[in-house]
Design a binder for this molecule. Structure first.
Ligand SMILES: Cc1cc2nc3c(=O)[nH]c(=O)nc-3n(C[C@H](O)[C@H](O)[C@H](O)COP(=O)(O)OP(=O)(O)OC[C@H]3O[C@@H](n4cnc5c(N)ncnc54)[C@H](O)[C@@H]3O)c2cc1C
Length: 440
């Protein structure tokens, strides 16, 4: 699938910003720039939804006053968004890959194919795996998530037998291939980690996609969903209704069931959960998809910015500057503002951060009354429910000067009243716009 071709007509920049949500006050909007001896060096780590958007908008709004370097080890970012649709062959994995050539050509961003290892914020140095170090005036990191270890999934072979597929790529393809190879009458078991995790509706959407696939292609098979949480974490009415009316007898939903370990016996995979009275019960699977508990990606831990429950990076939501390490900004899933961990909102956070970085290097304020009112982030998620229908969930978050936190604007919160084919079509258009705003 070629997403660029999915636009009915290109949106202008105002349209994009409105559709995708952003800091409304742009740094390039005519404030006087001080004379600088040299361009400020901004290094962005991670070329996903947060990092690629931040690099683009810092370069765009910073103009000649900045030089932007993006550090990303992979030549192409594989989007998690829409990746559940690889499992039922509605989307090819290759169609979810996005390179960085347009960011280089259009915005003059230098792209370094390397992995960031550690940062010295005082010296302004970022160490890369290749051994070189990059100098920075400000560092923005958007490395995404990491996972808690799951006992029993220790070796690379064990991990490949039980793919989480919660970072899109080879694991997504592996899970798709396992589902295709499943015998009719087999059992699929998937697990959902304790919140907060990447993409609140994502695991329930995956449950629907797999159940729908089984219904059509392996009708004697069933799916067990082991949820570490007490209930469905997003769109509960929609998903409970889908589980009960579309997939009765085929999808078994088990709340309060955290997978503690995995074992392999007689060709089957066992997921072990607490029985609530001090022991364990096991769920046997032919295909097992365990999504381990999420935390900020390793780089966030290694740079010392993780200061919330040992899992997430605390930031000032006006700038996304770390509350632990000055000069390092953290955006996307690794940060801990409490907003949902989603690609759409990572794109919004990146624009707020880009605006703040450009202001900071120019000595402009980031906390005047007008800007504080303008710090708004938008989150939208579309979820496939069947082969050709989807639902949606939308929320806007605004900066609250009283608490200095992002607060959900209750009037903005909405869910699709029902799944529909129209929603499915809108999902594809929305994703195409988000991909374009991030990578082009
Ligand atoms: C199945 C699924 C469905 C989803 N559906 C939706 C949806 O419908 N809507 C939505 O808004 N969100 C959705 N999401 C969530 C969305 O994908 C994430 O929230 C988003 O990708 C987070 O962006 P990020 O920039 O923080 O991290 P990522 O997009 O994961 O990007 C991180 C990047 O950092 C790079 N990196 C990591 N460490 C280093 C390092 N040390 N040095 C250099 N580079 C590094 C990685 O290679 C990667 O490219 C979904 C997620 C899943 C799993």
């Amino acid at each position: 699938m070629k997403f660029e071709t999915m636009f009915e007509q290109p949106l202008n920049r105002r349209g994009f910003l409105g559709a995708l949500g952003s800091a409304a006050v742009l740094a390039s909007a005519g404030l006087p720039r001080p004379a600088r001896a040299a361009a400020a060096r901004i290094v962005v780590v991670g070329g996903g939804f947060g990092g690629a958007t931040a690099a683009k908008y810092i370069a765009l709004w910073g103009g000649a006053g900045v030089s932007v370097t993006l550090v990303e080890p992979n030549a192409r970012h594989v989007s998690c968004i829409l990746s559940n649709l690889v499992l039922n062959d509605r989307v090819k994995l290759a169609g979810l890959g996005f390179g960085y050539d347009l960011l280089k050509q259009r915005y003059g961003i230098e792209v370094v194919a390397d992995r960031a290892m550690a940062a010295d914020a005082v010296a302004g140095k970022l160490d890369l795996a290749s051994g070189i170090a990059l100098d920075f005036d400000r560092l923005v990191i958007a490395p995404g998530i990491g996972f808690d270890p799951v006992p029993g999934l220790d070796t690379p072979e064990q991990k490949s037998l039980v793919p989480h597929a919660w970072v899109a790529g080879p694991q997504t393809q592996a899970l798709r291939d396992q589902l295709n190879a499943l015998r009719d009458g087999g059992t699929v078991v998937m697990s959902i980690p304790k919140a907060p995790y990447r993409c609140p509706p994502g695991p329930y959407e995956r449950a629907c996609v797999i159940a729908d696939f089984l219904k059509r292609r392996k009708p004697r098979s069933k799916l067990v969903v082991l949820d570490a949480n007490a209930d469905i974490q997003a769109e509960p009415i929609m998903f409970h209704r889908a589980f009960a009316t579309l997939y009765p007898g085929r999808l078994e939903y088990v709340p309060n069931a955290e997978v503690r370990r995995v074992s392999f016996e007689a060709g089957r995979k066992l997921a072990w959960v607490s029985d609530g009275i001090g022991g364990e019960t096991s769920w046997a699977a032919d295909v097992l998809n365990v999504i381990p508990r999420n935390t900020a990606a390793r780089l966030a831990h290694d740079t010392g910015v993780v200061n919330l429950n040992g899992r997430w990076a605390g930031v000032d939501p006006l700038t996304y500057e770390s509350t632990a390490v000055p000069r390092i900004h953290v955006i996307g899933d690794a940060q801990g503002t409490g907003m949902p961990k989603a690609g759409h909102i990572a794109n919004s956070e990146a624009k707020i951060c880009a605006d703040a970085v450009v202001r900071m290097i120019n000595g402009w304020p980031v906390d005047d009354a007008v800007r504080m009112q303008s710090v708004v982030a938008n989150s939208a998620c579309f979820s496939p429910i069947t082969y050709d229908t989807a639902s949606w969930l939308n929320a806007v978050f605004a900066y609250d000067p009283a608490t200095r936190l992002m607060k959900r604007v209750d009037a903005s919160f909405g869910e699709a009243p029902a799944r529909s084919k129209e929603n499915y079509e809108q999902m594809m258009k929305w994703a195409a716009r988000l991909f374009d705003d991030t990578f082009a």
